[in-house]
Design a protein around this ligand. Structure first.
Ligand code: 16G
Length: 162
């Protein structure tokens, strides 16, 4: 299928890569598996094939959405995913801000450090893309986990829902 982003941007795979796992971009034909995986993070709700394809095209055109997936080569299933979003700014000399979103590892594959792998990849890609700041939102119990990748608790996160 059609890759969301240029896979040359992925860091070269090294010895940290578990055997039988491939790192790649989300592809346009990953819909069913990717949405099933996201459902383990939060409700996805109904997304038609057209909805998915339109959103995929929008993200691809924007060229600032990097949805990295881990594929289990023995089953060809997506067992983990995480998104790096790059936001364009004027401040910091037309700087780029990075956000890490929608980090999820399949239940059956937890405890194999795949979350560590995904987060390390995203931090590396963010640095390579030249972002000046990388941030994420997480539940309180995940603060010790994310601290490992260099994040520090900083300003307050305020939110309103509609
Ligand atoms: C978590 C996710 C965020 C996701 C949100 C979904 C990470 C690091 N954080 O905060 O990306 O969008 O959950 O819940 O994966 P929501 O309904 O608050 O958007």
């Amino acid at each position: 299928g059609n890759a969301l982003f240029n896979e040359d941007l992925l860091p070269p795979s090294d010895s940290n890569l578990p055997a039988g796992i491939r790192i790649r971009s989300l592809h346009s034909d990953d819909m069913d598996e990717y949405l099933k995986l996201l459902e383990q993070l939060i409700s996805v709700g109904y997304v038609s094939k057209t909805d998915f394809e339109k959103r995929f095209a929008t993200m691809k055109t924007a060229d600032s959405y990097f949805i990295v997936v881990l594929e289990d080569l023995s089953t060809s299933k997506i067992v983990g995913a995480a998104t790096l979003v790059v936001e364009f700014k004027y401040i910091h000399e037309c700087g780029l801000r990075g956000r890490v979103e929608d980090v999820v590892v399949d239940e059956s594959m937890r405890g194999k450090k795949l979350g560590v792998l995904l987060n390390s990849i995203l931090v590396e890609m963010a640095k390579n893309l030249g972002v000046y700041k990388l941030s994420l939102e997480c539940k309180t119990d995940l603060i010790p986990f994310y601290t490992k990748f260099g994040y520090k608790e900083n300003i307050h996160f305020m939110v309103q829902r509609f």
